[in-house]
Write a protein that binds this ligand. Structure first.
Ligand SMILES: [Zn+2]
Length: 347
């Protein structure tokens, strides 16, 4: 989590090309879609077009591609020609799903490629290629964000091009997939736009609006934490949440019963438990929440835990607002937060 204060600090470091920030952060530039190191010689972006990351991997997964001038993936002289060749190959054909025989076609030994990539990026080449592929597909969904926002006003209709991007992200299981070790993911259309649910037979792991910023990173983390492939399909908890969401949007359901599987730190869990206690149709302030868990000075940490919630609507972080009555932030966008609160008040 990069706080607003840190973002300011990084931005100043970026403007001054401070070398001591090398390796501390990377900056993605929303207008160009590239990401840079702090010392990049290219013209500096405006603050509002910057997105900061702690690692190059996160920037990649968030759909930014490496800048050709500052080469954020390589330390000068350290990146091997083989790694550089593979990075280029991914950029040229980002939708390709790589297999060992593809390496042979490039006269590359797959195990050497794997070892060198792991050493350089902390992930295998296949993971890297998948991260890029997912990042690019997620970007297409986000680029459609304005379309979704417009549709929220007029009533969202399914069938827009987002499904294609979704199946490109989730379409094929990586490697030697063992069916029992896979989470299932489904696309759920709602009046507020499409949501993505991920679950196994025991419970739901994630429920988010498909265009939420950083969703690809959440999915990748989930994949790693659970050591599971995520493939399209359905499970009982997915069927259940579909039904419950439908009732929620119709106004006939106020409390969700689909089982959730929560990760997160003990502190985050505490905040999420508290969130679940906020009744339908009511709001509380971040500070009130902090007091409720007996950590009145930690309201910023509370806000962060709130933002880390991976169950949109079900764990009602949209019911938390600023003490002065302002809406505050929302991962799914302020328009949706307002809509949800209005919807709950109508009942
Ligand atoms: Zn650059």
């Amino acid at each position: 989590m990069i706080t607003p204060e840190l973002q300011q600090e990084y931005f100043e470091a970026l403007l001054c090309k401070k070398t001591e920030y090398e390796g501390i952060f990377y900056v993605g530039v929303k207008t160009t879609g590239v990401f840079c190191r702090p010392t990049c010689p290219a013209r500096k972006p405006k603050f509002e077009n910057c997105e900061f990351f702690k690692t190059a991997k996160e920037a990649l997964i968030a759909s930014f591609r490496p800048c050709l001038r500052c080469r954020p993936l390589s330390h000068p002289g350290q990146v091997s020609p083989l790694v550089q060749m593979l990075v280029n190959a991914v950029e040229e054909n980002s939708e390709k799903r790589w297999k060992d025989m593809d390496f042979r076609a490039l006269s590359i030994d797959a195990s050497t490629a794997r070892r060198q990539f792991k050493k350089r990026f902390g992930m295998t080449f296949v993971e890297y290629a998948r991260a890029r592929r997912m990042g690019i597909a997620m970007k297409q969904i986000r680029d459609g964000e304005s379309v979704i926002n417009a549709q929220i006003a007029s009533g969202y209709e399914s069938g827009s091009g987002f499904r294609d991007a979704f199946s490109r992200i989730m379409g094929t299981a990586p490697g030697l997939l063992k069916e029992e070790n896979a989470l299932k993911t489904a696309w759920i259309d709602t009046p507020l736009g499409p949501m993505i649910a991920i679950a196994d037979d025991n419970g739901l792991y994630l429920l988010e609006f498909a265009d939420r910023r950083g969703l690809e990173l959440e999915i990748e983390r989930l994949r790693q934490k659970t050591k599971s492939a995520i493939v399209p399909g359905t499970t009982k908890p997915i069927d259940s949440i579909k039904k419950e969401l439908d009732q929620y949007f119709k106004g006939t359901l106020q409390e969700f019963k689909t089982p959730l599987i929560l990760f997160g730190s003990p502190f985050q869990r505490q905040v999420w438990d508290e969130l679940k206690k906020i009744p339908f149709g009511q709001t509380v302030a971040y500070i009130t929440l902090a007091i409720a868990i007996h950590k009145p000075s930690a309201f910023r940490a509370v806000a962060n835990a709130n933002g880390a919630n991976q169950f949109a609507i079900v764990i009602p972080c949209h019911r938390v607002i600023n003490a002065n009555g302002d809406l505050g932030g929302y991962g799914g966008g302020i328009a949706r937060k307002q809509w949800l609160l209005d919807h709950e008040k109508r009942k």
